[in-house]
Ligand binder design. Structure first.
Ligand SMILES: *[C@@H]1O[C@H](CO)[C@@H](O)[C@H](O)[C@H]1NC(C)=O
Ligand SMILES: *[C@@H]1O[C@H](CO)[C@@H](O)[C@H](O)[C@H]1NC(C)=O
Length: 455
């Protein structure tokens, strides 16, 4: 080596180290992120990470200790998750009674503003007809929706058969005094089609809803089964990630509720994917109804019916077996409905189905141990029924001893109650023990369409 001049030796060493140093600089400052073909090549990252840490640890020994601490961080303690849902049925043009119900159920404060005490408020349709407060009620619902959004709450609004009737031009149940609040027939037609109420129906209302009880099942109204690849992530006792694909074997896959106005008939062909199939058909039909030349209202004019270009699916949506008008879950005998209900729950990925439309003026009706719940109690003074709301408290709490490796156990509790102005009644309580280190987070969903974003 003596014959190589010192200058050149230093240069050779520098040259030899140059590529390594360059790579080190690139990965330290994440410059590779600017070059997509490198950024997405995991092999390079997995080569560079150990290499760069070797270099780092050699030159700055204290970084070795830091890295060690970093990888040995204890797993965060498991926390309890809760979700509180309130659902209210047919309101039929009665603002005063609606205000009372939302206040005693904790959805709003005494000023009619969002209280922040519930996570979800669901209204199952039929706000319009049989009363004068149509405009007030829809404006209030939009205000609550905005107030809820600001504090992480959600308002889910459904179209009932009466919303649809008015959109179609079937005005049989419109009070003359209600018509006066709009000014004229033409103004009412405009407001319900291209105007304020028509736009909020098209934008903020759906005909069916699926509401997960836990975030790991997905967002409200995301289709079941997932249309894209849905990955639920859990960590096992060794802190390794476990993934479940498309809900099938995930312990909470059916921890959800369905809401429609009338009912989900077992023979209705558009049940899945739920609720997106129904909502896609409904969006298409609503657009046709709202964009046609508004027909003269019935009565006194002839019933206009669905637009001439309505598809067979769109006709099925609005017929007696469809989700807006079906009454089977309310009218048939226990033996019949309880034999049919599980199949519909299985298809829709839910544990209970909740609906309005068929009133019982004394009580919220719970059937088949709370698998079917009918919440129309004739709240409007047009009926003089009882004021009511449905409340569901969901809780997922960690149980089992973390130190002995029993860190997979959870107690899941659902308490379903009927709330009335002067009393409360528990309709169903269910407790289960679930295994799996569930994260209170949304699943990772790849390529999912039709998702309504409520954030
Ligand atoms: C209720 O909301 C309205 C507007 O949304 C606001 O002006 C009013 O101050 C609120 N009242 C209370 C008590 O928060
Ligand atoms: C939908 O609801 C929001 C409140 O979150 C409201 O501001 C908006 O105007 C509504 N959309 C339409 C089209 O009416």
């Amino acid at each position: 080596m003596a014959f190589i001049p010192r200058q050149s030796r230093r240069l050779a060493v520098l040259l030899a180290f140059f590529p390594i140093m360059l790579l080190y600089v690139i990965y330290t400052f994440k410059l590779h992120d600017f070059v997509p073909s490198i950024a997405y090549m995991p092999t390079q990252v997995s080569i560079m990470e150990p290499l760069s840490s070797v270099v780092r640890h050699k030159f700055w020994p204290w970084t070795a200790k830091l890295d060690e601490q970093h990888t040995q961080q204890p797993t965060p303690p498991r926390s309890t998750f809760t979700r509180h849902i309130v659902a209210v049925g047919d309101l039929h043009g009665d603002f005063a009674n609606a205000r009372r119900v939302l206040q005693f159920s904790g959805v709003t404060d005494s000023f009619g503003n969002w209280s922040g005490n519930v996570d979800f408020f669901v209204q199952t349709g039929d706000i319009i007809d049989r009363g004068d407060d149509t405009i007030k009620l829809y404006v209030w619902m939009d205000r609550l929706r905005a107030q809820a959004q600001k504090v992480g709450g959600t308002v889910l609004s459904l179209m009932g058969n009466h919303e649809w009737m008015n959109a179609i031009g079937d005005w049989r149940f419109v009070y003359p005094s209600e018509l006066k609040t709009f000014g004229s027939i033409a103004t009412r037609q405009r407001i319900l089609s291209s105007g304020r109420i028509g736009r909020t129906w098209a934008h903020n209302y759906t005909t069916a809803s699926r509401l997960p009880l836990h975030p790991s099942i997905g967002r409200p109204n995301a289709p079941y089964p997932a249309s894209g690849l849905q990955i639920q992530v859990e960590k096992d006792e060794f802190n390794e990630l476990q993934v479940h694909l498309n809900s099938g074997n995930y312990p909470l896959s059916h921890a959800a509720l369905s809401f429609v106005h009338g009912g989900l008939a077992p023979s209705y062909p558009e049940l899945t994917p739920f609720p997106s199939r129904i909502n896609d058909i409904a969006s298409s039909l609503l657009s046709k109804v709202q964009h046609r030349k508004q027909p003269l209202p019935h009565p006194p004019h002839a019933y206009p019916g669905l637009p001439a270009d309505a598809t067979p699916e769109e006709h099925r949506l609005y017929d007696a077996n469809g989700p807006l008008w079906y009454r089977g879950w309310a009218m048939e005998d226990d033996a019949v409905v309880c034999a049919q209900v599980d199949e519909v729950l299985k298809k829709t990925g839910t544990r209970r189905m909740i609906m309005g439309h068929t009133p019982d003026f004394k009580n919220i009706v719970s059937r088949c141990n709370g698998k079917i719940i009918i919440i129309d109690t004739g709240i409007s003074h047009a009926y003089g029924g009882v004021l009511s709301a449905l409340s569901i408290h969901y809780k997922l709490e960690p149980i089992g001893d973390e130190d002995t490796g029993e860190s997979q156990q959870w107690k899941e509790t659902e308490v379903v109650s009927a709330l009335y102005a002067d009393r409360q009644e528990i309709l169903a309580t269910e407790e289960r023990v679930i295994s799996g280190n569930i994260l209170h987070e949304l699943p990772i969903t790849l390529g999912e369409e039709n998702e309504v974003d409520f954030d």
